[in-house]
Design a protein around this ligand. Structure first.
Ligand code: ATP
Ligand code: MG
Length: 393
């Protein structure tokens, strides 16, 4: 029924001085996300999406529901500002009929005029429209200002009039790209895609780095990572990079020289070192991980301390540090990464899991273990950074 969607945003609206800048980022993200299926433009306090055809509405609703910065949106009839009153009534009747089919029976007409030069006050328009709509429906509706279940809304702008009767919630937050570029350590598990998404919601544009260990990780692991990045890009709007860094030679060196129980901590430290180098090369401003306190042995506070120390200059953001797994899974399902994450393929650490991982690592001892890797480790780290594969998703 609808080809137009009226989009609202609220947190951006508070940012007085930068408002235009935030709006332009949001507009560009919306445009990129809907791609060839339509266009988007800025209205006063709103964005308006025009789809090429109604068939794209369902997918557009799915995407807009998760684009950071959007507070709510409404599929709407878009009419010319000069449309006749009869046309407005006719379209309103269509909305009322639809509402009736859905079992909605208590009506309220709501009018908003951003163009105050339109004849009549908002209250007058509400009353007149309600009267004419009701007259066509022989007592099917009652009217209530407070307890209505069919809000029939008319918004009058300088160029267009919008009529709608539903509001979908957005995820709020800030447009991705307004808080800088972050590099997320993406493992292919359930947590790291959710952590990435949560950063996106606070305005980060997220890029990804993952580590591979051939022959233990193969093509299907790579495909999985690309699919996750693609899925998340739908909400980010702007383009995203996926870095794939080889880790196997470093892992083999650690396996050969260090105590088995220290392996996971040492692998992680090396991952962080590589990630930090790549992040600075691309001028990204933070690293992101899906770590959650004490979820597994490598994530006790002692081990996180040992891992964290390997990053020198960038903040490491851990949006899930206090989350429960169930909550994380719920978000993963909503944003469509869960089904990709549960595809069963090995990540670079599975092949070398120690039988008894260290639970409470001690930084001094970890560093002693790491010393055993010198001097070869320096050139191996450089090699990994040099051979990183960059995929534009
Ligand atoms: P996830 O569900 O994100 O895999 P997890 O609960 O399995 O997390 P770990 O395997 O301990 O936890 O990983 C913790 C975090 O370290 C991950 O969320 C991710 O950010 C990072 N990480 C782990 N393995 C890799 C990898 N192979 N490549 C990139 N990042 C990784
Ligand atoms: Mg994992």
């Amino acid at each position: 029924m609808f080809k137009t969607i009226l989009v609202r945003y609220d947190e951006i609206a508070i940012k007085k001085g930068n408002r235009g800048w935030f709006e332009d980022i949001l507009l560009s993200n919306i445009r990129n996300s809907i791609g060839e299926t339509g266009s988007a433009e800025k209205f006063r306090g709103r964005m308006v999406v025009d789809l090429k055809s109604e068939q794209y509405l369902e997918e557009a609703i799915k995407r807009l529901s998760f684009i950071p910065g959007i507070s709510s949106f409404s599929p709407a009839f878009r009419m010319d500002r000069e449309s006749s009153w009869e046309d407005i009534v006719a379209k309103s009747v269509v909305l009322a009929e639809q509402g009736l089919k859905e079992g909605r029976k208590v009506l309220k007409v709501i009018c908003n005029r951003s163009d105050k030069s339109y004849p009549g006050t908002s209250i007058e328009i509400q009353k007149k429209l309600a009267g004419e709509v009701l007259s066509g429906f022989d007592k099917c509706f009652s009217v209530s200002m407070k307890n209505y279940d069919l809000g029939l809304e008319i918004e009058i702008h300088r160029k267009s009039i919008f009529l709608f009767s539903s509001r979908f919630p957005g995820i709020k937050g800030l447009p991705s790209g307004s808080a800088g570029d972050f590099l997320s350590l993406l493992s292919g598990g359930i947590d790291s895609p959710v952590a990435s998404f949560l950063c996106m919601r606070r305005g980060a544009r997220v890029h990804y780095i993952s580590f591979y260990s051939p022959p233990y990780t193969g093509e299907e692991s790579m495909k999985k990572l690309e699919d996750i990045a693609k899925q998340l890009k739908k909400y980010q709007g702007s383009s995203t990079k996926l870095f794939i860094a080889p880790l196997i030679d470093i892992q083999l060196l650690i396996k050969a020289r260090c105590f088995e129980s220290y392996r996971t901590i040492l692998f992680r430290r090396m991952m962080f070192k590589i990630a930090e180098k790549i992040a600075s090369r691309y001028r990204f401003s933070a690293l992101v991980t899906g770590e959650s306190l004490s979820q597994v042995a490598s994530q006790t506070i002692e081990n996180l301390t040992c891992i964290n120390e390997s990053v020198k200059d960038l903040p490491v953001i851990r949006p899930l540090i206090t989350s429960e797994k169930g909550e994380t899974i719920e978000i993963a399902q909503k944003i469509g990464t869960f089904d990709i994450s549960i595809r069963n393929c090995p990540d670079s650490c599975t092949a070398f899991l120690p039988k008894m991982p260290l639970i409470r690592g001690d930084l001094k001892k970890v560093k002693e273990e790491e010393k055993k890797l010198e001097p070869e480790i320096f050139s191996l780290l450089e090699e990994s950074i040099k051979n990183v594969k960059v995929i534009d998703v």
